[in-house]
Write a protein of this length. Structure first.
Length: 267
């Protein structure tokens, strides 16, 4: 693995670990500083890498909006796991869902973007709000231990950034022409040419690429929003009823005020 990439991933893991909620918040500012520096360096390196990819590829690289929404998604994900208040973490989760859906839109996967909003914003986020409403402490009461301290933060950070390092190594590793994986490295060019063919553009470098018949997600999305539109709407109604029920259940049962005697107050 590249030494620079390994150091950046290690520093990012350290910054995120210091950002996680804990009773003593003295290290959170240092974690925020490390995370911002590593994130800024990563954005700079990614912008240069994207520029090189766009100049080397005949179909061009990814659009600028992809990297903007990717930065928003990563920042929102960090806020979800590091914010000490669960309600604000849920709001950042909404931003994360919308940014991820926008990423799929930039990749011409409209159906995946809509399904992501329906599933995460309509089902998983509702469950998240249930937990917040039913498990939150009353106003003025001290927060519970599970709301102040992250569960197994070291293990979670190590596993997450180990997976991140593996993915980054596969992304930025360029095999030599004689290696067995050299032909697989050119798969991205054919994928871009196929995308351009689907959009109606012609690329002379890949004139042999044929547009496949409509299938996969296109057929699934067409059936979901035509033949099964009523079932989809009924699922939304059920989620709304569940939200109303959670509001009713989470209300505190307070005894009614004592009834008066019915007599006028004496002067």
């Amino acid at each position: 693995m590249d030494c620079t990439l390994l150091i950046a991933v290690a520093l990012g893991a350290l910054g995120v670990f210091l950002l996680l909620p804990r009773p003593a918040a003295s290290w959170r500012k240092l974690g925020a500083l490390i995370t911002v520096l590593v994130g800024g360096g990563g954005l700079f390196y990614l912008s240069r890498w994207a520029e090189l990819q766009a100049s080397a590829s005949p179909a061009g690289g990814l659009s600028l909006y992809f990297y903007i929404f990717a930065a928003i998604a990563v920042g929102s994900a960090l806020a979800v796991i590091s914010h000490p208040k669960p309600l604000y973490a849920a709001l950042y989760f909404v931003i994360l869902t919308l940014a991820t859906s926008a990423l799929f839109l930039t990749l011409y996967a409209e159906f995946i973007a809509i399904v992501l909003i329906v599933i995460y914003a309509g089902a998983i986020l509702v469950t998240y709000v249930f937990v917040i409403m039913l498990a939150s402490t009353p106003g003025g009461a001290p927060a519970a231990d599970y709301d102040k301290v992250s569960a197994d933060p070291l293990v979670a950070v190590l596993v997450s950034f180990l997976l991140l390092a593996t993915v980054l190594q596969l992304m930025f590793h360029v095999p030599s022409p004689g290696s067995p994986g050299f032909m697989d490295a050119n798969t991205g060019l054919h994928a871009r040419a196929l995308m351009a063919a689907n959009l109606g553009y012609h690329l002379p470098q890949f004139s042999g690429v044929k547009t496949p018949a409509v299938g996969g997600m296109a057929v699934l999305g067409r059936n979901l929003y035509s033949h099964y539109a009523l079932a989809l709407e009924l699922a939304g109604v059920l989620l709304t009823v569940a939200m109303v029920g959670a509001v009713v259940i989470s209300r505190k049962n307070e005894p009614p005020a004592a009834l008066g005697s019915g007599e006028l107050p004496s002067e």
